[in-house]
Ligand binder design. Structure first.
Ligand SMILES: [Fe+2]
Ligand SMILES: [Fe+2]
Length: 168
């Protein structure tokens, strides 16, 4: 059985992943209404990935015979200054999630929760990948933001994203 502090922190992380999924859904909705279907499709896939992250932690809790909490999800914004602004917000979000995962890892370490450490290693690797991907998109957006035709090309490129094989 996991230490209660570790359980509480994992339950908060489950909420953060669902919250993140909801935020990406809001971003996707904004992009769709702005007629950037590629950005919208990319963000929708991202929303689904975040949902899988939450589900992955939920399954871990159940496998360790721990009670899952499903805490409230806050309203997500559907209003942004611009398409590049959406991805800046996304990068902020990913950095916040990385910080939260790192704190959780530290707590699991202090509590000698070895199985949790192994599970959380997957999340640490995933966050490195997610931050890098979003940072690259932000850099591209900054290059093309004053050039509508280049922004449309970038939208098309983002629309080519395929779901990950494992859905994560
Ligand atoms: Fe996530
Ligand atoms: Fe993420």
């Amino acid at each position: 059985m996991l230490n209660q502090n570790v359980q509480d922190a994992i339950n908060r992380q489950i909420n953060m992943e669902f919250q993140s999924s909801y935020k990406y859904l809001g971003m996707a909705s904004f992009c769709a209404l702005q007629n950037f279907p590629g950005c919208a499709a990319w963000l929708l896939l991202q929303s689904q990935e975040e949902n899988h992250h939450a589900m992955r932690l939920r399954q871990f809790m159940l496998d360790r015979d721990c009670a899952v909490e499903l805490q409230p999800i806050k309203e997500a914004s559907v209003d942004f200054e611009s398409i590049p602004h959406v991805f800046e917000k996304s990068l902020e979000q990913e950095k916040a999630v990385s910080a939260s995962i790192n704190d959780l890892y530290e707590l699991a370490h202090e509590n000698k929760a070895f199985a949790a450490l192994v599970e959380l290693q997957w999340f640490i690797t995933e966050q490195v990948e997610e931050e890098k991907t979003v940072r690259d998109i932000v850099a591209k957006m900054n290059m093309v933001k004053d050039d509508p035709s280049a922004l449309i090309d970038l939208d098309r490129e983002l629309g080519d994203r395929k779901p990950e094989e494992d859905g994560e």
